[in-house]
Design a protein around this ligand. Sequence first.
Ligand code: HEM
Ligand code: HEM
Length: 123
Amino acid sequence: MPQVSQLFFKTATVFFLLGIIMGLHMGISGDHSAFPAHAHLNLLGWVSSAIFGIYYALNPAKAAGRLPIIQFAVYTVGIIVMIPALYFLSLGNTALEPFVGIGSFIVFAGVLLFAAVVFSKQT
Ligand code: HEM
Ligand code: HEM
């Protein structure tokens, strides 16, 4: 498996563990207010990262070069900025809203880079 796939699966697994812990915490405490952070940690962090990892594993030629690693770094930093801010925003800390926005745009940049990889000419 290409290195970028390994990296995506490592971060995806950490995000999955944290997402499930957040879900269990909501279920056990009965306070579901953090559900947007839980939903996006699981869907952007676990599901989408794993799909990126699978894509690169199925298309090793596209995993070559620096762009896939840059795509991984940008996308993952976006999640690391967005999700904790979204978690505390969901709990009522409105001061963190700009960080949710900034993180979301970094995630978007990571997806644009993925589009550049997908639509690039196969070498
Ligand atoms: C053991 C694992 C999990 C537990 C205990 C858990 C628990 C919860 C809880 C308590 C809520 C709030 C429900 C509500 O108030 O409406 C929730 C919402 C949600 N969860 Fe999980 N969850 C788990 C795993 C996952 C996974 C793996 C995903 C996605 C891959 C996921 C996606 C979602 C989504 C999208 C919502 C929001 C649903 C809505 O719009 O109401 N969850 N979860
Ligand atoms: C940076 C990317 C994204 C942004 C900025 C974003 C933003 C949002 C916003 C503003 C809402 C409404 C929240 C509310 O009304 O409380 C929402 C809900 C939702 N989004 Fe996203 N989203 C993103 C990516 C995704 C992706 C990739 C998925 C699925 C793979 C997804 C699945 C959902 C689901 C299931 C809900 C309903 C549950 C919830 O409110 O948390 N989102 N999203």
